[in-house]
Design a protein around this ligand. Structure first.
Ligand SMILES: [Zn+2]
Length: 439
């Protein structure tokens, strides 16, 4: 080796360093999953990750969630709960000498509700490894991806190397309901209220569990609450009442017709031409009624719907709202309906995977796995939209294979985590460069 020249580690050496970190990855992910963090109450996981990053030699700073400061921003969505003093965590490795290119790993620490614990094979917050899969709520979506990025960084440290560019880690709240967490960090980065700056970063990777594919497009997503009021009556005189729950069922049946129209091949956005059913209208919650023998007073539907990147959330909202109002008017003039727009209000978008950083990530994946990564058009939203629509930074999602996310017995493949961590470390080597650790 020449004086002053660093021998770049080859992929085999990186993979071996990641392999040695399997116990670290399993332990870290298990503790991270056990630190319960449903959207709106993520503090246990935030405290856990703050400590885990300190152990990597990083100095995480807290980015406070402040709804009032986000209201004027373009991707703002009305929150489903209070700020409650909650915070994102932002940390970065800063190189000894400036010069290398940089990357930000952005991941959400919030998770969706578990559903009845009795439906799980084992308690959802007591992680366990079975046949190479780590089980628990949030294991796949997306605590594993955050752990992959940590392992990639740690592997380089363990090899006596330091990234030659900035490597950032951003752990955010509320990805599952509004995207407010990533919005808060972007706001802090661009308004210089964080120690880091937006200019510190050249590329963004969001390690969502998309089976080692790179995200090339995602749908837009809105949440809508439909509050229906009817006319209560004794069931003996049912004809004198108006049933808002039955009206809610009719509203949803009509929206399913709109869903079918948007999914029709002739209406597909080209990025989603290969998806069998890209647009999903989901009745996720229903509340209402008081008594089996009473025509109910009220019904509330919690609906999530999606739309293509060539439609704005405002346009999608107006179309859906008009359908809901028309159905209710057609059913019975005694019904009243109010629509609340709380939660996701996210435009769809496409991502430029030909940007140099994205090509470098694809090449790193190929070195780690022997295959070019698949390119995914996602039928859900991700925080990648914030970087795509509010900054010039190239961004994609790239993370491990998971099963049953948002379902029962969620799990993530440990072998896939190691491949992703290897590719991430390789990406840091290729994109940021590495230098020997100072003696
Ligand atoms: Zn996710």
């Amino acid at each position: 080796m020449q004086r002053g020249k660093i021998l770049q580690p080859d992929t085999q050496r990186i993979a071996a360093a990641i392999d040695a970190l399997e116990p670290y990855m399993v332990r870290t992910l298990s503790d991270f999953v056990a630190a319960q963090s449903p959207s709106g109450a993520e503090q246990p996981a935030a405290r856990y990750i703050e400590q885990a990053w300190r152990e990597l030699g990083l100095a995480p700073e807290r980015i406070l969630l402040d709804d009032a400061a986000l209201k004027a921003l373009p991707l703002y969505a009305c929150p489903c709960g209070p700020d409650d003093g909650r915070y994102n965590l932002l940390a970065r490795h800063v190189p000894a000498a400036p010069g290398g290119r940089s990357v930000l790993f952005n991941g959400h620490i919030d998770v969706v509700p578990t559903g009845p614990a009795a439906m799980w094979s084992r308690p959802p917050y007591e992680p366990a490894v079975v046949d190479g899969w780590l089980y628990g709520r949030g294991s796949g979506d997306m605590k594993a991806g955050i752990v992959c990025a940590m392992a990639a960084y740690k592997a380089l440290l363990d090899m006596g190397l330091r990234p030659a560019g900035t490597v950032g880690f951003n752990a955010v709240l509320n990805e599952e309901d509004t995207g407010a967490g990533t919005l808060a960090t972007l706001n802090a980065l661009s308004r210089a209220t964080a120690r880091a700056r937006l200019e510190d970063f050249d590329a963004v990777i969001i390690p969502e569990p998309f089976g080692e594919a790179m995200l090339r497009a995602q749908v837009g997503v809105c949440w809508m609450f439909v509050d229906l009021t009817g006319k209560p009556a004794h069931v003996a005189y049912m004809g004198s009442g108006v049933n808002p729950i039955e009206a809610g069922i009719a509203v949803m049946a009509d929206l399913k017709e709109l869903e079918a129209q948007w999914n029709a091949p002739e209406h597909r956005h080209p990025a989603f031409a290969d998806q069998p059913h890209p647009i999903n209208f989901n009745l996720g919650r229903i509340e209402g009624g008081e008594w089996n023998s009473s025509v109910p007073c009220t019904c509330t539907l919690g609906i999530r719907f999606s739309f293509y990147p060539d439609m704005t959330p405002e346009a999608a909202r107006d179309i859906v709202a008009a359908r809901v109002r028309a159905t209710v008017a057609r059913l019975n003039p005694a019904l009243t309906v109010q629509l609340r727009w709380q939660g996701q209000f996210a435009p769809g978008c496409e991502f430029d995977l030909d940007a140099p950083a994205m090509r470098a990530l694809a090449a790193a994946h190929e070195k780690a796995t022997g295959q070019a990564p698949a390119k995914l058009a996602c039928t859900a939203t991700t925080d990648a939209r914030h970087f795509r629509l509010m900054t010039d930074l190239p961004v994609t999602c790239y993370g491990p294979e998971a099963r049953n996310i948002h379902g029962i017995d969620e799990s993530v493949s440990i072998a896939s985590m190691k491949r992703v961590a290897t590719a991430m470390a390789q990406f840091i080597v290729d994109w940021c460069g590495v230098a020997p650790a100072p003696r």
